[in-house]
Design a protein. Structure first.
Length: 255
Protein backbone atom coordinates (compact mmCIF):
# COMPACT_ATOMS: atom_id res chain seq x y z
CA UNK A 1 0.00 0.00 0.00
CA UNK A 2 1.20 3.49 -0.86
CA UNK A 3 0.85 5.95 2.02
CA UNK A 4 1.23 9.72 1.66
CA UNK A 5 2.14 11.42 4.94
CA UNK A 6 1.24 15.11 4.65
CA UNK A 7 2.76 17.95 6.66
CA UNK A 8 2.49 21.72 6.14
CA UNK A 9 5.79 22.17 4.29
CA UNK A 10 6.79 18.71 3.11
CA UNK A 11 5.08 15.39 2.51
CA UNK A 12 6.41 11.87 2.11
CA UNK A 13 5.37 8.99 -0.11
CA UNK A 14 5.91 5.76 1.80
CA UNK A 15 6.01 2.83 -0.59
CA UNK A 16 7.96 -0.34 -1.28
CA UNK A 17 7.55 0.19 -5.01
CA UNK A 18 10.98 1.42 -6.11
CA UNK A 19 9.81 1.79 -9.71
CA UNK A 20 7.04 4.19 -8.66
CA UNK A 21 9.54 6.34 -6.73
CA UNK A 22 11.87 6.37 -9.74
CA UNK A 23 9.09 7.38 -12.13
CA UNK A 24 7.97 10.18 -9.81
CA UNK A 25 11.54 11.41 -9.52
CA UNK A 26 11.82 11.52 -13.33
CA UNK A 27 8.49 13.32 -13.68
CA UNK A 28 9.19 15.94 -11.01
CA UNK A 29 12.55 17.26 -12.15
CA UNK A 30 13.57 19.69 -14.84
CA UNK A 31 16.37 21.96 -15.84
CA UNK A 32 17.07 24.89 -13.52
CA UNK A 33 16.59 28.32 -15.07
CA UNK A 34 19.86 29.51 -16.68
CA UNK A 35 21.53 26.27 -15.60
CA UNK A 36 24.08 26.56 -18.41
CA UNK A 37 25.64 29.61 -16.70
CA UNK A 38 26.32 27.67 -13.52
CA UNK A 39 29.98 26.86 -12.91
CA UNK A 40 29.14 23.41 -11.56
CA UNK A 41 27.27 22.59 -14.79
CA UNK A 42 30.17 23.80 -16.95
CA UNK A 43 32.55 21.67 -14.86
CA UNK A 44 30.20 18.67 -15.33
CA UNK A 45 29.63 18.40 -11.60
CA UNK A 46 25.86 18.92 -11.97
CA UNK A 47 23.40 17.93 -14.69
CA UNK A 48 21.41 21.18 -14.47
CA UNK A 49 18.28 19.51 -13.09
CA UNK A 50 16.33 20.62 -10.03
CA UNK A 51 14.68 17.69 -8.27
CA UNK A 52 11.33 18.10 -6.52
CA UNK A 53 10.93 14.49 -5.44
CA UNK A 54 13.49 12.48 -3.49
CA UNK A 55 13.49 8.96 -4.92
CA UNK A 56 15.23 7.57 -1.83
CA UNK A 57 13.07 9.06 0.94
CA UNK A 58 9.87 9.88 -0.99
CA UNK A 59 10.02 13.49 0.26
CA UNK A 60 8.40 16.30 -1.75
CA UNK A 61 7.01 19.79 -1.26
CA UNK A 62 3.39 19.68 -0.13
CA UNK A 63 2.48 22.10 -2.91
CA UNK A 64 3.04 19.15 -5.26
CA UNK A 65 0.48 16.94 -3.52
CA UNK A 66 -2.13 17.12 -6.34
CA UNK A 67 0.49 16.13 -8.92
CA UNK A 68 1.76 13.21 -6.81
CA UNK A 69 -1.78 11.91 -6.24
CA UNK A 70 -2.60 12.21 -9.94
CA UNK A 71 0.62 10.46 -10.93
CA UNK A 72 -0.04 7.51 -8.61
CA UNK A 73 -3.57 7.14 -10.00
CA UNK A 74 -2.31 7.34 -13.58
CA UNK A 75 -0.11 4.35 -12.79
CA UNK A 76 -3.18 2.40 -11.67
CA UNK A 77 -2.12 2.32 -8.05
CA UNK A 78 -4.00 3.17 -4.88
CA UNK A 79 -2.87 5.27 -1.95
CA UNK A 80 -3.97 6.37 1.51
CA UNK A 81 -3.30 9.79 3.02
CA UNK A 82 -2.25 10.58 6.57
CA UNK A 83 -2.89 14.31 6.82
CA UNK A 84 -1.10 15.77 9.83
CA UNK A 85 -1.71 19.41 8.98
CA UNK A 86 -3.52 21.68 11.43
CA UNK A 87 -5.68 23.82 9.14
CA UNK A 88 -6.70 27.35 10.00
CA UNK A 89 -10.43 27.60 10.63
CA UNK A 90 -12.06 30.50 8.83
CA UNK A 91 -14.99 32.35 10.36
CA UNK A 92 -16.99 32.04 7.14
CA UNK A 93 -17.29 29.51 4.34
CA UNK A 94 -18.19 32.03 1.64
CA UNK A 95 -18.19 35.80 1.23
CA UNK A 96 -20.11 38.12 -1.07
CA UNK A 97 -19.37 41.52 -2.60
CA UNK A 98 -20.49 43.35 0.57
CA UNK A 99 -18.13 41.47 2.90
CA UNK A 100 -15.87 44.44 3.67
CA UNK A 101 -17.25 46.80 6.33
CA UNK A 102 -15.39 49.78 4.86
CA UNK A 103 -18.04 50.34 2.20
CA UNK A 104 -15.87 48.89 -0.57
CA UNK A 105 -17.85 46.72 -2.97
CA UNK A 106 -15.75 43.76 -4.06
CA UNK A 107 -15.66 42.89 -7.73
CA UNK A 108 -16.82 39.44 -8.84
CA UNK A 109 -13.30 38.14 -9.45
CA UNK A 110 -12.16 39.43 -6.05
CA UNK A 111 -14.99 37.54 -4.37
CA UNK A 112 -14.01 34.43 -6.34
CA UNK A 113 -10.33 34.73 -5.33
CA UNK A 114 -11.22 35.09 -1.65
CA UNK A 115 -13.64 32.16 -1.70
CA UNK A 116 -11.02 29.99 -3.39
CA UNK A 117 -8.51 30.98 -0.70
CA UNK A 118 -11.01 30.03 2.02
CA UNK A 119 -11.70 26.70 0.34
CA UNK A 120 -8.14 25.71 -0.60
CA UNK A 121 -6.12 27.48 2.16
CA UNK A 122 -3.09 27.90 -0.09
CA UNK A 123 -2.32 28.91 -3.64
CA UNK A 124 -1.44 31.65 -6.08
CA UNK A 125 -3.62 34.72 -6.59
CA UNK A 126 -2.68 35.58 -10.17
CA UNK A 127 -4.09 39.05 -10.77
CA UNK A 128 -2.81 41.95 -12.92
CA UNK A 129 -1.73 45.41 -11.82
CA UNK A 130 -4.50 47.70 -10.48
CA UNK A 131 -6.92 44.80 -10.00
CA UNK A 132 -7.33 45.44 -6.27
CA UNK A 133 -5.11 42.73 -4.79
CA UNK A 134 -4.94 44.58 -1.47
CA UNK A 135 -8.71 44.31 -1.10
CA UNK A 136 -8.39 40.56 -1.69
CA UNK A 137 -5.77 40.43 1.08
CA UNK A 138 -7.95 42.47 3.45
CA UNK A 139 -11.00 40.28 2.78
CA UNK A 140 -9.03 37.11 3.56
CA UNK A 141 -7.69 38.70 6.76
CA UNK A 142 -11.23 39.59 7.82
CA UNK A 143 -12.36 36.02 7.15
CA UNK A 144 -9.75 34.69 9.58
CA UNK A 145 -10.47 34.41 13.31
CA UNK A 146 -9.44 37.54 15.29
CA UNK A 147 -5.81 37.64 16.38
CA UNK A 148 -4.65 34.91 14.02
CA UNK A 149 -0.82 35.26 13.93
CA UNK A 150 -0.17 36.41 10.38
CA UNK A 151 2.84 37.56 8.36
CA UNK A 152 2.53 39.69 5.21
CA UNK A 153 5.83 39.74 3.29
CA UNK A 154 6.99 42.11 0.55
CA UNK A 155 10.34 42.80 -1.07
CA UNK A 156 10.38 46.59 -0.57
CA UNK A 157 9.73 48.85 2.42
CA UNK A 158 7.38 50.97 0.29
CA UNK A 159 5.15 47.92 -0.25
CA UNK A 160 5.30 47.08 3.46
CA UNK A 161 4.14 50.60 4.34
CA UNK A 162 1.43 50.48 1.68
CA UNK A 163 0.06 47.15 2.93
CA UNK A 164 0.22 48.37 6.54
CA UNK A 165 -1.64 51.60 5.73
CA UNK A 166 -4.39 49.88 3.75
CA UNK A 167 -4.92 47.07 6.27
CA UNK A 168 -5.17 49.48 9.20
CA UNK A 169 -7.42 51.82 7.18
CA UNK A 170 -9.80 48.90 6.72
CA UNK A 171 -10.28 48.78 10.50
CA UNK A 172 -8.19 45.69 11.18
CA UNK A 173 -6.51 45.87 14.61
CA UNK A 174 -3.15 44.72 15.99
CA UNK A 175 -1.13 45.38 12.83
CA UNK A 176 2.60 46.09 12.92
CA UNK A 177 5.57 46.65 10.59
CA UNK A 178 9.00 45.07 10.61
CA UNK A 179 11.98 46.17 8.53
CA UNK A 180 15.15 48.23 8.92
CA UNK A 181 13.39 51.39 10.07
CA UNK A 182 10.51 49.81 11.99
CA UNK A 183 10.45 46.99 14.54
CA UNK A 184 6.76 46.75 15.47
CA UNK A 185 5.84 43.06 15.26
CA UNK A 186 2.19 42.39 16.12
CA UNK A 187 -0.52 39.78 15.57
CA UNK A 188 -0.47 40.82 11.91
CA UNK A 189 3.04 41.85 10.86
CA UNK A 190 3.88 43.46 7.52
CA UNK A 191 7.59 42.86 6.88
CA UNK A 192 10.24 42.76 4.20
CA UNK A 193 11.47 39.30 3.26
CA UNK A 194 15.01 40.61 3.83
CA UNK A 195 14.14 41.15 7.52
CA UNK A 196 12.15 37.95 8.02
CA UNK A 197 15.13 36.07 9.48
CA UNK A 198 15.09 38.51 12.42
CA UNK A 199 11.58 37.26 13.22
CA UNK A 200 12.76 33.65 13.40
CA UNK A 201 11.68 33.11 17.06
CA UNK A 202 8.12 34.12 16.06
CA UNK A 203 7.89 32.21 12.78
CA UNK A 204 6.77 28.85 14.27
CA UNK A 205 3.75 30.66 15.76
CA UNK A 206 2.65 32.17 12.43
CA UNK A 207 -0.57 30.59 11.18
CA UNK A 208 -1.07 32.50 7.96
CA UNK A 209 1.47 33.75 5.43
CA UNK A 210 0.78 36.22 2.63
CA UNK A 211 3.37 37.29 0.07
CA UNK A 212 3.16 40.34 -2.18
CA UNK A 213 4.87 40.10 -5.58
CA UNK A 214 6.14 36.61 -4.92
CA UNK A 215 7.71 36.29 -8.38
CA UNK A 216 10.20 38.93 -7.24
CA UNK A 217 10.64 37.49 -3.74
CA UNK A 218 11.51 34.03 -5.07
CA UNK A 219 14.69 35.58 -6.45
CA UNK A 220 15.65 36.34 -2.83
CA UNK A 221 15.86 32.68 -1.75
CA UNK A 222 12.32 32.79 -0.41
CA UNK A 223 12.19 29.03 0.14
CA UNK A 224 14.71 29.38 2.97
CA UNK A 225 12.14 31.57 4.76
CA UNK A 226 9.15 29.35 4.01
CA UNK A 227 10.58 26.27 5.69
CA UNK A 228 10.53 28.14 9.02
CA UNK A 229 6.71 27.96 9.05
CA UNK A 230 5.85 24.54 10.49
CA UNK A 231 2.31 25.64 11.36
CA UNK A 232 1.62 28.12 8.59
CA UNK A 233 -1.16 28.31 6.04
CA UNK A 234 0.13 29.65 2.73
CA UNK A 235 -1.93 32.33 0.98
CA UNK A 236 0.10 34.11 -1.66
CA UNK A 237 -0.99 37.37 -3.28
CA UNK A 238 0.90 38.06 -6.49
CA UNK A 239 1.17 40.86 -9.02
CA UNK A 240 1.74 40.41 -12.74
CA UNK A 241 3.40 37.05 -13.29
CA UNK A 242 5.28 35.62 -16.24
CA UNK A 243 4.12 32.20 -17.45
CA UNK A 244 7.47 30.59 -16.71
CA UNK A 245 7.25 31.77 -13.08
CA UNK A 246 3.84 30.15 -12.53
CA UNK A 247 5.15 26.60 -12.96
CA UNK A 248 8.01 27.14 -10.55
CA UNK A 249 5.92 28.83 -7.85
CA UNK A 250 3.22 26.17 -7.89
CA UNK A 251 5.78 23.65 -6.71
CA UNK A 252 6.22 25.52 -3.44
CA UNK A 253 2.67 26.48 -2.65
CA UNK A 254 0.24 24.53 -4.79
CA UNK A 255 -2.09 25.63 -7.53
Amino acid sequence: MNIIRIENNYSWLQTDDEKLRLLLWQALRWKERDYFHNARFRMKLWDGFKNFFDKDTGKFLTGLLPEVKMFIKSNNQEYKCEDNRDPVKFQVDLIDKNFLDSGVILRDYQVDYVNQAIRNRRGIVFSPTASGKTNILIAILKALPPNTPTLVLANRTSLVDQNYDEITSAGIKNVGRFYGGAKEANMITCATVQSAHLLKPLLPKIRCLFVDEIHEICKLKFNAVMIEFPNGMRELSIGSLKARDTKELSLYIGK
